[in-house]
Design a protein around this ligand. Structure first.
Ligand SMILES: Cc1cc2nc3c(=O)[nH]c(=O)nc-3n(C[C@H](O)[C@H](O)[C@H](O)COP(=O)(O)OP(=O)(O)OC[C@H]3O[C@@H](n4cnc5c(N)ncnc54)[C@H](O)[C@@H]3O)c2cc1C
Length: 386
């Protein structure tokens, strides 16, 4: 048996990297084990950009965590002297009574967040890239923007490493064996001891937490980049990040031109297509690109030029499309972290703090009631996982 640690973190994607950073910064003896390498292409944390916004249409109770997430991202930027979060504002478009527009408005009003409602002419004048229907509106929130996921994962790992965390890559954990005194973590190379373990294995979460089989469902996600016909209108200074509610046809998200490939779009949950996380992602096909091309040409007609690239990624969906961050109900030395459902990245900076609190104090002052096993069980009974 090799070294003994206060906390072992399994999976060093968005959540695990943040957890090791927070734990090591508090002086814990922490080891992080990652099966592959940081932000690799089979994880959920690659692809250049992730939205961040405050007026959360999904549920206003996320807003206090989002405020903390913004603070923590800015603190991380200072620690690594790098820009990770760029504010462009976020434009949320659709019918006034659509889930996204009405939900964002309710969250902004409840929490006193600044926002503006723009009619189609006002949107056209300010952001000529977007095409709205006559009865659409745009809800603009000035604090929305985007994060750089690969850089953010690396930044957390850098902070963790500098604070003394032991980080191992290319080491998949095969089993966790909790007992009264701690947990044994078994990989092909070694058996480690830790007082507590955090399982943050994203799409693979059900392999080490079998209670989540059939509940945490990995699905395939596709995004595409378009080289705009007019580059100027898609620069971050002229185009905010956006969400578009298409009613029964689902919702889309997108980013301005950050890199050389142009602006990026995706449809939330894409075709709700379950995948086996142990197999390579099925490649992008014509049906995928037809969906995204159609959206880009319909809703960003002045900008949608050539499709410059596309890629697959993975969501891990939970009932109610919420998160899970809690002590395991029967194994108190095991902490389970599954903040995805397609919208978890922006929370990684605060998830790291929460997971460090759970591991060191057994609880947290941050509001996470929505993410408990008990809440998950309730949602499982009332909602469909797709
Ligand atoms: C296309 C796309 C767009 C998205 N857009 C947004 C957005 O705009 N805003 C937003 O907030 N969120 C967004 N999300 C969601 C967000 O990216 C995820 O919530 C987040 O990346 C999940 O991070 P994670 O750490 O849970 O998982 P991952 O990043 O997948 O990390 C899990 C890690 O665990 C490792 N692992 C697995 N099993 C083992 C094992 N047995 N031993 C050791 N290591 C193991 C894996 O190799 C992996 O690196 C998006 C997701 C996708 C795919």
């Amino acid at each position: 048996m090799s070294d003994s640690f206060d906390v072992a973190v399994i999976g060093l994607g968005a959540m695990g990297s943040a957890a090791v950073a927070h734990l090591a910064s508090r002086g814990c003896r922490v080891v992080g084990l990652e099966a592959h390498y940081p932000a690799h292409a089979l994880s959920s944390s690659h692809g250049d950009s992730r939205l961040i916004r405050l007026g959360y249409f999904e549920d206003p109770s996320y807003v206090p965590l989002l405020r903390r997430a913004y603070q923590n991202w800015r603190m991380l930027e200072r620690q690594v002297r790098e820009t990770l979060l760029t504010v462009t504002g976020v434009l949320e478009m659709g019918r006034p009574d659509s889930t996204i527009v009405s939900g964002a408005r309710a969250a902004c009003e409840l929490h006193g967040l600044p926002f503006q409602i723009l009619d189609p002419d006002q949107v056209q004048a300010r952001y000529p890239v977007f095409a709205l229907d006559d009865d659409d509106v745009g809800l603009f929130e000035p604090e929305g923007g985007y994060l750089r996921p690969e850089r953010a994962v690396m930044a957390h790992l850098k902070v963790a490493g500098q604070a003394g965390a032991v980080l191992r890559f290319g080491e998949a954990v095969a089993a966790i064996e909790p007992d009264d005194a701690g947990v044994t973590i078994v990989s092909a190379f070694e058996r480690l001891r830790a007082r507590t373990v955090i399982v943050a294995t994203g799409p693979w979460i059900a392999q080490l937490v079998p209670q989540l089989r059939g509940i945490a469902q990995p699905i395939r996600q596709v995004v595409a980049w378009y080289q705009p016909a007019d580059a100027f209108v898609t620069l971050p200074e002229r185009m905010p990040v956006f969400l578009r509610d298409e009613g029964a046809a689902g919702s889309y998200f997108g980013f301005p031109s950050i890199g050389t490939d142009g602006f990026k779009v995706g449809k939330h949950a894409h075709f709700h297509e379950p995948i086996d996380p142990n197999l390579p992602n099925p490649p992008v096909n014509d049906t995928d690109t037809a969906l995204l091309d159609g959206f880009a040409h319909r809703r960003l007609p002045g900008a949608a030029g050539v499709r410059a690239g596309s890629t697959t990624c993975r969501y891990t969906m939970l009932p109610g499309e919420d998160f899970l961050m809690d002590l395991h109900p029967s194994e108190k030395r095991v902490i389970v972290a599954s903040p995805c459902s397609g919208h978890g990245f922006k929370f990684a900076s605060v998830a790291g703090e929460i997971l460090a609190d759970l591991a060191t104090q057994g609880g947290t002052a941050l509001p996470i009631e929505l993410f408990s096993f008990a809440a998950l069980e309730q949602k499982r009974r009332t909602s469909r996982v797709d």
